[in-house]
Ligand binder design. Sequence first.
Ligand SMILES: Cc1cc2nc3c(=O)[nH]c(=O)nc-3n(C[C@H](O)[C@H](O)[C@H](O)COP(=O)(O)OP(=O)(O)OC[C@H]3O[C@@H](n4cnc5c(N)ncnc54)[C@H](O)[C@@H]3O)c2cc1C
Length: 493
Amino acid sequence: MAFISRPINLTPSNLSSFLPIISPKPSTPRTHIQCKSDENSNLDQRKPKQPMNNPSRHPRKKQSYGASRRSVIKKSFAQEQVEFTAPFSSDPVVGIIGGGMSGLVCALYLEKRGIKSTVFDTGIHGLGGRMGTRIIDPQPLIFDHAAQFFTVTDSKFAELVDLWSKKGLVRQWHGAIGELEAGGHFVPFPPTPPRYIGVNGMRPLAESILSETSMVNVVRPCWVSKLEPYNGKWYLSEKGKPCGHFDAIVVAHNGKCANRLLASSGLPLIARQMKRLHLSSIWALLAAFEDPLPIVSTESAIPFEGAFVKKIDSLSWMANNTAKLSGLQSKGTQCWTFFSTAAFGKQNKVPQESVPSTTAEKVKEAMLEGVEIALGLQKDSLKRPFYSRLQLWYGAALPTNSPGIPCIFDPHGRAGICGDWLLGSSLEAAALSGMALANHIADYVQSGGTCPDEFAVGLHNEFQPLKGHDIGQFPGLDSEEQINEAYDLQLTM
Ligand SMILES: Cc1cc2nc3c(=O)[nH]c(=O)nc-3n(C[C@H](O)[C@H](O)[C@H](O)COP(=O)(O)OP(=O)(O)OC[C@H]3O[C@@H](n4cnc5c(N)ncnc54)[C@H](O)[C@@H]3O)c2cc1C
């Protein structure tokens, strides 16, 4: 997929290139639920009584969070399309479900356009989703346990990164990054394009994105488990507990959780696009060693800090997070983040919530053995870490296919999707998607909502496979050849 390296503002005038082909007869039978705002209604606005799409009138089986993927798919094909026809409120509020890079940037850009929002996120430790940083006290040991660094190719994203840089939230990572082959052969990448990191890790960056906003409300931890259209608004709730009502909603997360949420929401087209997405599984091993790892030096005699590992099944990336975040030290504790390949993740998939201890031990040993092979060390010669933590990104790691469009928006249902997978598999892609959806919603609100069909985006786009490393794309860093190689590796392993 070609990475889009220019800002895209979806407006009615340039929309044609993103407009779906709307067949006169949708393949899925659609009935429309009119969802007009009723100013004179004496019904309690806080508690939806659901005259339309009302579970109490047409009782549905209670959604089970253990529902199989099959039943989720069946439900989302059968659901009715919700249709909001009343004009937008003069002071609309958008509900954003997901506080990763895409949801946070969407909220930021809605504010820039004068629109209020509330961001809901499940994060117990903080916002950020796959921009997670784990801090283990008392030492403390610090690891970025998903996104490691990012590159910048788009001018709109560059503006944002410049701003973060001026505020001291991000800085360049000058450590050597490159490719590592079994046996310890390290080939550094050229120093450009610059690689950026969160100054104190990725999570603090995520936590700061909305710090200067005045029109954004953040609710965390909160797992939005139901969306219900009623009386011209979307009502959100968490296991029966109301989370408020909104003029439009943004789904800024993906995977199984999003499929379940959308399965009976009244948004069949959005639900169908979400279901087409495939995500890889990756094991992450966070390991702290008493002493520096015996790593090979680069040509300039400086040990590498990050490496894409080649041709080792259990390892696709290793990074010295201590050197990255605190500077290279020749002595003392080092915190390393290791990621498996997607192929290894698939071979060793287990339920994320209850990883059997035997699997955990097997995976950890295989990954540490991978480290030994990568560094050209004798088997069992690597000193064991004094702290380690294993995490499985189970079917939730990186998108492997994409509709290649900045955002998806259903104007009849006043609902949109943003996320990395719309454009690629990187923080840059996630941020661009959030910006695009915010601007699109703002344009729609400004238009008065009178010509909804002009604002339908991405509802029918076909998906294409995504190319990139097992841990995503780094636009500008790799040559097309390298990307293809990395991709072929994923497919053949
Ligand atoms: C192992 C790994 C390594 C990576 N390395 C890099 C890298 O080095 N560089 C790079 O650019 N990219 C990397 N990526 C990709 C990058 O992390 C993602 O592209 C980006 O963070 C995605 O942001 P997002 O907003 O689309 O989604 P997410 O970050 O997934 O955010 C979604 C948020 O929604 C929340 N949520 C889900 N369901 C609900 C609900 N029902 N209610 C409320 N909240 C909900 C989640 O908890 C989460 O916080 C990596 C990813 C992984 C998994």
